[in-house]
Design a protein around this ligand. Structure first.
Ligand code: E4P
Length: 243
């Protein structure tokens, strides 16, 4: 299972690369804003290029900022030109529930790596997988790269509990395997707590994307600090006895 860092903060990304915990990075407009990215699309592109270079050959997911299908196609082509390791995030629908599946299918057929995002149901995720596969079949020459489908675990849990998220993810992985969907990886987003990390790591999802603060908390164990303190204190005592 891979871990992605859910952040647009280059220092955090560098930190978790050095820890060996960064297999990729995801951002979205909210994450960018939180990390001080200003200047609209140009600002996002500038920061994305920095991160994409830093993590090559791992992937960076960057989200489009429009709900207009033509503009999404344009922005996606623009992002994809920035670096080979960029995946373009497109939400499964617009805010009214209108489908972006045609856009997703089109981008995949052009050989642009996509990350279908903001999904909170099993049905959305299998529809996204089918649109991606249709895009691959439309242009087999460009079908060699892999794509992502992002299920927002925390947001499902807020409505329906963590068990429901677990079941959706497990069923989705089984469905992809049973129907032999190749080149599509499940990302679990909206990871809010160390308990989410532990629980959803067991679903068969390929990737968990985790915000830096949750990665930091997940390093800690209830009795680890006290245990280390005991070892260091006893080591000191033993040195003192030696004189
Ligand atoms: C990652 O790809 C998602 O955009 C992110 O995890 C969403 O998190 P949120 O539900 O906390 O906004």
């Amino acid at each position: 299972m891979k871990i992605f860092v859910d952040s647009a903060d280059t220092e955090e990304v560098k930190k978790y690369l050095s820890w060996g915990l960064c297999d990729g990075v995801t951002t979205n407009p909210t994450v960018c804003l939180k990390c001080g990215v200003t200047g609209g699309m140009e600002g996002i592109k500038k920061r994305s290029l920095e991160i994409a270079k830093l993590i090559t050959p791992r992937t960076l997911s960057v989200e489009v900022t429009s709900e207009n299908p033509e503009e999404i196609l344009e922005q996606a082509r623009d992002y994809a030109k920035l670096a080979e390791n960029i995946a373009v995030k497109v939400t499964i629908t617009d805010r009214e529930g209108n489908s972006f599946l045609p856009v997703i299918r089109q981008l995949v057929s052009e050989g642009i790596r996509v990350n279908v995002t903001a999904m909170t149901t099993f049905n959305q995720a299998i529809f996204a997988a089918k649109a991606i596969r249709a895009g691959m079949e439309a242009n087999p020459e460009k079908a060699k790269i892999s794509h992502f489908i992002s299920v927002f675990g925390g947001r499902i849990s807020e409505e329906q509990g963590v068990e429901r998220t677990f079941q959706v993810l497990k069923d989705l992985r089984n469905w992809l395997d049973f129907h032999r969907f190749k080149g599509i990886e499940i990302i679990v987003g909206s990871v809010r707590t160390p308990e989410n990390v532990e629980y959803w790591s067991r679903t068969g999802a390929h990737i968990l994307t985790i915000p830096p603060e949750v990665i930091a908390k997940s390093l800690l164990g209830a009795r680890t600090k006290e245990t280390v303190a005991q070892f260091i204190e006893d080591a000191k005592k033993s040195m003192e006895e030696l004189g």
